[in-house]
Design a protein around this ligand. Structure first.
Ligand code: PLP
Length: 406
């Protein structure tokens, strides 16, 4: 099936506007994607028609909201092919999902002298929580490096993994380099040594079909706002037998089955990890985003975005002084670059004035910046609503500013 991009764009009215009197070109979907009307309308409908606090079972509105909220858990179970619905935990985003695992897995399984392997190409969200647990527990962080071309050196795992290794934290798709990491292979190596794996899927879920059973991962985390859904909602998939052994991350309502001053009994999964009132409207609207993506077809979207990426890469390479970070064939969604002799901030500021929204700076990935010894970069990232014409305009804008600035 070929995607009708002109029709798809109509679902995203925000794209149809001018900024600084220039047609908006939104190339920052890796930071946050825009939301289709279907998602926005669902959130509004819930607020207007049946908003109530969930799981309290007190009245019609609360019941209806609960049914819709829990239906999204089933949708997500199917979307990533999780074996059990109680393995889907709602959080406020990838960051919270990783912090939850770092804290709770850390409490249950990480001790003095243990080791956690983190890849060099991680977003800060998949580094800092591990440093925090390592600091608290007297454990050590070991780094799985990548080559200059953006390939993760997974053969180094043979040296890094030892009897003290407890967990590997790795991105499915790196937010700067775009590298699609061979997570299945990494997990197989880890499991052969009894090591658990957390895969950060924040940049992967909207670009690739994800099957947590086929991957055999222990934890998989992602955010709704990067996949056409609302912000403030995320997912932690965790293997049931691990989640059951992990203590709660936060205490409060919903995560308990009984409380007294003598003893509190925690609730069953998934509620043990969902303390307090969650982002009810966000979760329900997230269901609409998943439906939207599934109706388009994740594989079709991936194929289209791959063509955009290949086209943009080829065109960018025509610009003198172009340096692209991450040149793997197995790559998705993003192009991070610099142009020799011009500061990344100047480029992104001028692009903005020309109507092109890109991300610039350290991209929440200081270790990647350190690898290339740069203080900043520019990142263009694509989603299903972007077009080849937009890429042409982006390249024309870049060429113009190179002429002006160099
Ligand atoms: N991990 C990766 C790979 C990301 O790209 C991001 C966001 O850019 C995050 C984690 C953090 O996601 P969030 O801010 O939604 O928690």
């Amino acid at each position: 099936m070929t995607l009708d991009i002109a029709r798809i764009r109509k679902d995203f009215p925000i794209l149809d506007q001018k900024v600084y009197n220039k047609p908006l070109i939104y190339f920052d979907s890796a930071a946050s994607s825009q939301k289709p009307m279907q998602v926005l309308k669902k959130e509004e409908q819930l607020h207007l028609e049946y908003y109530g606090n969930i799981h309290r079972g007190a009245h019609f509105l609360a019941d209806k909201a609960t049914i819709e909220y829990e239906a999204v858990r089933d949708q997500l179970k199917a979307f990533i092919n999780a074996p059990n619905r109680e393995e889907i935990i709602f959080t406020k985003g990838t960051t919270e999902s990783i912090n939850l695992v770092a804290f709770s897995f850390g409490e249950a399984f990480i001790g003095e002298g243990d080791e956690i392997i983190v890849s060099e190409m991680e977003h800060h969200a998949n580094i800092v929580p591990w440093q925090m647990v390592a600091g608290r527990k007297g454990a050590k962080i070991r780094v799985l490096p990548f080559e200059d071309n953006g390939r993760l050196m997974i053969e180094k795992l043979d040296e890094l993994i030892n009897p003290k290794t407890k967990l590997i934290a790795v991105a499915h798709v790196a937010n700067t380099l775009g590298t699609i990491n061979p997570v299945k292979q990494i997990i197989a190596k880890a499991h052969a040594a009894g090591v658990k794996v957390l895969v950060d899927g924040a940049q992967a879920v909207k670009h690739l079909p994800v099957d947590v059973q086929d991957m055999d991962t222990d934890f998989y985390v992602f955010s709704a706002h990067k996949m056409y859904g609302p912000n403030g909602v995320g997912v932690l998939y965790g293997r049931k037998e691990l989640l059951e052994q992990m203590p709660p991350y936060q205490g409060g309502g919903e995560m308990i089955s009984e409380v007294s001053f003598e003893k509190t009994i925690y609730n069953d999964l998934p509620y043990k990890f969902e303390a307090g009132t969650p982002h009810i409207t966000g979760v329900v609207a997230f269901g609409e985003a998943i439906k939207y993506l599934e109706n388009l077809g994740v594989a079709e979207v991936a194929e289209y975005e791959h063509k955009l990426l290949a086209y943009a890469t080829k065109k960018l390479m025509e610009i003198p002084g172009m340096i692209i970070y991450g040149t793997q064939d197995e790559k998705s969604g993003v192009i991070t670059f610099n142009i020799e002799g011009i500061h990344s901030f100047d480029i992104s500021t001028m692009l903005d004035k020309m109507g092109v929204a890109v991300r610039s700076g350290r991209l929440c990935a200081d270790t990647v910046m350190q690898h290339y010894n740069v203080t900043g970069t520019i990142r263009a990232s694509f989603a299903v609503y972007n077009t080849f014409e937009e890429i042409d305009q982006f390249i024309a804008a870049l060429k113009k500013l190179v002429m002006m600035l160099s």
